[in-house]
Structure formats: C-alpha cells, structure tokens
Design a binder for this molecule. Sequence first.
Ligand code: 0WD
Ligand code: CA
Length: 380
Amino acid sequence: PNHHHQYDSRSTQGQNPLTSQSLNTRRELYERDFPVYKQPVEVGCFSLDSERRFFNDSRQMRYYVEPDRNPYFDLRDGYKDRFIKRDDSVKEKLDHILRWIVANRSKLNSRAATSSSFAFDVDFVTWRGHLTKLLTTPYETREGWLLAVTRFRGTLYMSELETEAARRERENRTERHEEMMYWGYKFEQYTCADNIHSLPDSGGVVNTNEAFCTVVQTRLADHRLLFSGEVDCRDKDPGAPAPPTCYMELKTSAEICTPKQRSNFHRFKLLKWWAQSFLPGVPRVVAGFRDHEGVVVSVETFHISKISHLIKNEYNCWKPTVCMNFCCDFLSFVKRVATEENPSVVYLFSWEPHRDVTYSIHRDSQYSFLPQWYIEEMSS
Ligand code: 0WD
Ligand code: CA
C-alpha cells in the first residue's frame, strides 16, 4: 500500500515510454497509483542577504515564535515606510542554485569518478517553485507556464521564463495588489525571530531581498531531482527533528466566513500549499487568516500529511496522485525530448490551460540560461 500523503522508502522503478510530440494534461490520465517519491534529503542550504548577495550558509534562517491563536496583526503596517522590495524585473534564473552547486561540488555524488570533469548524479536541477507549477498543472485553469530546459553533462537544467501574460500582469498590478503582496512578508515578520533567544521585531524593515533556501535531493519514480526552495522559518526547539522536517511554511489567506469560501479554500489554496511543501518535505504550514483590512485575526497550523484527508469531502476535488503522476510523466517527456548535450541549446516547453504541453527548440537564442562561469567551472 502506498498512501498519497506518505513518502516512499522502497526502491521500485518503472515508467511507460512516451512517444508523442505533446503531453496531454487531462486529470483522468493521471489517476493511478501514487508514484515513488523518496523522502527529500537536505544536502545544503544558502542565504541571500538584504542586497541579494549569495552566501553558502544559513545566516538568513529564522525561527518560528508561536503567536496567540487570535492575534491582531496589522499587515498594512510599514508598507509605506519600512519596506524594501526586491526588483522582480531582474530574472535570476537558476544562478543561485548554480552558485551553490559550484561551491559544493565535492559534497555531491559524482557519477564519473574517473573523468577529469565533474558530472553529478542527478537528472534534474531546478527551483522547487517550478515543480510546484508542474504538480498543479492538471488543475490549473488560469495561468500557463514556460519552462526552458538545457541538457549539460547528463543533467537537465530547468528554468522558468516569464510568460507574456505574467509580464503584463506584473507591469499592471493595482496598488491594492502591490500592497497585498507585502502582507505575506509582514506576517513572517510578526512570527519569526532571528535567533532562538530573540522575539519577532514587528517594528523593523521588511526586505524581500532576504531569503533562506534549502537544497534537497530526492527521487520521483526514476527521476533523480536536486532542487532548492525558499524556507520561511524553522521550529526553534533545539530538539526538533533535522531539516527539512523542522521547517515551516508561512501563509496568509482571507478569513473563511461561508461554506463556499471554505470549499474554495480546500479546492484551490490547499492544493497550492500542499504541492509547495510536500515537494521539499516541509511538514507544516502556519496560516494567518486576515480580514479585508489586512488584519490577521486567527492563526492555524496545517499538517501537510493531513491535507488529503481534509479535502476528501469536497466534490470533484484535486488528488495528490494526479499531481505527482503528471509531474513524473512530464519529466519523462522532457528526458525523451531534450537529448542534445549542449549548453547553448534550449528546449522550450510551453503550456496554456486547456491545451497540451508542447515544445520548441532554440539554438544560441535569447533563451539560453546556463552562464559561462558555470559551464567553465563544471568543465574543469
Ligand atoms: O526567476 C524566476 N522565474 C523565479 C525565481 C521564479 C520563482 C522563484 N525564483 C527564485 C528566487 O531566487 C527566490 O529566492 O526562487 C526563490 C524561491 O524559490 P522557490 O521556493 O522555488 O519559489 P516558490 O515556492 O514559488 O516561492 C517560495 C517563496 C514565496 O513564498 P509564498 O509563501 O508566497 O509561496 O519565495 C518567494 C515568496 O516569498 N518568492 C520569490 N522570491 C523571489 N523571487 C519569487 C521570486 N520570483 N517567487 C516567490
Ligand atoms: Ca510563505
């Protein structure tokens, strides 16, 4: 028996060969047994400071301080005068992960110990956020995606490109939307401390350049994955289990007042929350429910392993197995398509809701994303 919410510790394999030029995203096609997904193992971490500089350490780690169950956190506080926003027109692609790989080459299992150059033992390198988008694809009806893939020394690097629609949305955000994007970060400030002995400082500056990221390794069926994801905080109890089990994800969400709102929360929000945290093995999500004025009025902890039970009573709801099987088949599709070992070749996979996943191939184009420093570093 292989339950939806559990990690698999067996070592079975097997994937059907895919033969077509596109990949269908209909849910019904992915309703089969839950695929093998190994318990993710943290292989390292890194930090990005207030100026978005990379450090191969955990200096930006924060510690969760449990708030009152019914607090009164004003998420609008500081938006105008204590907020430094990361420039989201700057596309960082996989650069931070690549810097981490270069800094930790010796720690990673090398595939060809005899060869002079370095090739490591993973099939895919990507951001956790990109995998989250893949997991939710069979249920997504609004936003498409573009994923650029390059095969280099046996590993497939997968980096998102902003779609035209996403760019338009980013450039035309309303003032209300801009402010609401701040609320999530402000909630983090109310609930996180810089070290185990201190308390949250809600009077400080919110700077969204700062980040702590975990790097995990795992396997989905026969796909060996190395990915990184931003982690909000950890359990501050020194006796808490090792990462990623001690990590916690923080979220804000509109207060739930009606059965319809509850149903929508289960059908849409919990899907995104589950997918994002299940991937790196983060077991808990702490949700701050806020009113329309941006005041958090209740706080609730959700256990990722219990989310599939929570949603069982929703009619026609999402299923974890569909998410994981789709992701697995997409990765098989990528392996079959992206065959040329060449850092200047990009296989561009694109998807729009209600369509199949298709791809195009680009040589020496604007889409190439593996930096020269990485190619040289890995070739020496
Ligand atoms: O270049 C790109 N297209 C992207 C880069 C897209 C997504 C992420 N990134 C990079 C950034 O360097 C960021 O530090 O990824 C990092 C976070 O990666 P992730 O964990 O894989 O991303 P995701 O799971 O989508 O988001 C996790 C958190 C978000 O928290 P909530 O609770 O809102 O899901 O990372 C933040 C945000 O706080 N975040 C980002 N930070 C910087 N750049 C970005 C972004 N583009 N997207 C989400
Ligand atoms: Ca968060």
